[in-house]
Ligand binder design. Structure first.
Ligand SMILES: Cc1ncc(COP(=O)(O)O)c(C=O)c1O
Length: 372
């Protein structure tokens, strides 16, 4: 099966662990197990687990975990939730279950490449719904209307958006759902960065609470800081979940029992996790935004949500060359825009440990000073 090289994953795999400072990280400062169990008031978790047999466990995810995730939505119940290996597994399963050769799929762009390359590899024609720097990354609904037609099988969006940090608000989301409904298309709604709002008033409803052919994919990696569990989920109406289960039997059987139990515990006190993590992203956002305001060669559309932003730089150099020079000279890691097929940009993460972000920005500043 032919598939495009996944540029961002390939680049991160090659460099992110070989640098002193990584300021491209997308996950909000992942927990140590000790910190997590302390926050949950459950230090004896592993003592209790000792007597449990390590079986396949519940195939689709334990009832506790599924109902805990369902509580993140207004209209979802436990049987609307299906566990997966990360949001990446959830997205893949949605494409594998619903997209066929000859279908037309519309995907937001730039984007986490899986969102457009997977459907392409399954034989769909993929049209890109391009967000533009000149329009402050605001999705243009007229553009979307001109891309869809009666043959459109699926529209794919990501909210909060990677790499721009843009947040589609409720009004827009409703209009996107309406466009999807008019052509009877599925709406794949990747909300891997769910819950990370930089401003309390900005929270958005999930597409699955608005449109019955929407599929929400979520993650334990980003806003929940449990990246190492490698868990994510699909939330959708029962007929879609059943179709996904039929396909998932060929790829997964079940996720790990220990991971499932830790994730269920996280869902019991999800408010504590979001309190910790909103504090991190909001503090870091301020630091980053101030840094950019004082940096003549860097500009951005300030992120509204999530943990990433797309920096526009004013240096005559391809983004990959710039990233590699930054690694070589300052051992500091940023993802080049070329990984998103967008030149002139660098993706930064602001979910990281605050001291790491500050140290990385200091090094990046010294690097940029040579070009002023
Ligand atoms: C938009 C988006 N979706 C999905 C994923 C996959 O996340 P995970 O599999 O860690 O849940 C990522 C990872 O960077 C992402 O940015």
């Amino acid at each position: 099966m032919k598939v495009d090289t996944f540029l961002v994953e390939q680049f991160m795999d090659k460099y992110e662990l070989n640098v002193e400072i990584n300021i491209a990280e997308t996950c909000v400062d992942p927990f140590t197990l000790g910190e997590f169990l302390g926050l949950m008031d459950y230090e004896y978790f592993f003592e209790e687990f000792k007597s449990r047999k390590l079986t396949y466990g519940h195939i689709n995810g334990s009832p506790e975990l599924r109902s805990g995730i369902a509580n993140l939505y207004n209209k979802m119940k436990a049987d609307n939730i299906l566990l997966s290996g990360g949001a990446i597994g959830a997205n893949f399963l949605a494409f594998y279950s619903l997209v066929e050769p000859g279908d037309t799929v519309i995907s937001i762009f730039p984007a986490y490449q899986q969102l457009y390359s997977t459907a392409r590899s399954f034989g769909a024609t993929v049209r890109l719904w391009k967000l533009k720097w000149e329009e402050q990354w605001v999705p243009n609904l007229e553009d979307l209307s001109s891309l869809v037609d009666k043959k459109t099988k699926m529209i794919v969006i990501n909210n909060p958006h990677n790499p721009s940090g843009y947040l589609i608000n409720n009004d827009y989301l409703k209009q996107i759902c309406k466009i999807a409904e008019e052509c009877d298309a599925y709406l794949l709604y990747d909300e891997a960065y769910k819950g990370l709002y930089l401003n309390d008033n900005d929270s958005v409803t999930s597409a699955v609470d608005i449109y019955d052919k929407a599929i929400s994919t979520g993650s334990f990696s980003k806003g929940l800081s449990l990246t190492g569990l490698r868990l994510g989920w699909i939330a959708a109406s029962k007929p879609i979940i059943e179709e996904c289960i039929r396909h998932r039997h060929y790829t997964t059987i079940s996720n790990g029992m220990i991971d499932d139990s830790l994730a269920a515990l996280a869902m019991q006190h999800v408010d504590r996790i979001y309190k910790r993590n909103l504090n991190i992203v909001r503090t870091n956002f301020k630091i980053l935004n101030e840094w950019i305001e004082n940096e003549p060669l860097i500009d951005w559309v300030p992120a509204k949500a999530g943990s990433v932003g797309f920096l526009k730089y004013n240096i005559e150099m391809p983004s990959e060359e710039l990233s590699l020079k930054l690694i070589k000279e300052k051992s500091t890691f940023l993802v080049p825009g070329s990984c998103f097929e967008m030149e002139g940009f660098l993706r930064i993460g602001f979910g990281n440990n605050t001291n790491t972000l500050i140290a990385g920005l200091e090094r990046f500043k010294k690097f940029l000073d040579a070009y002023c």
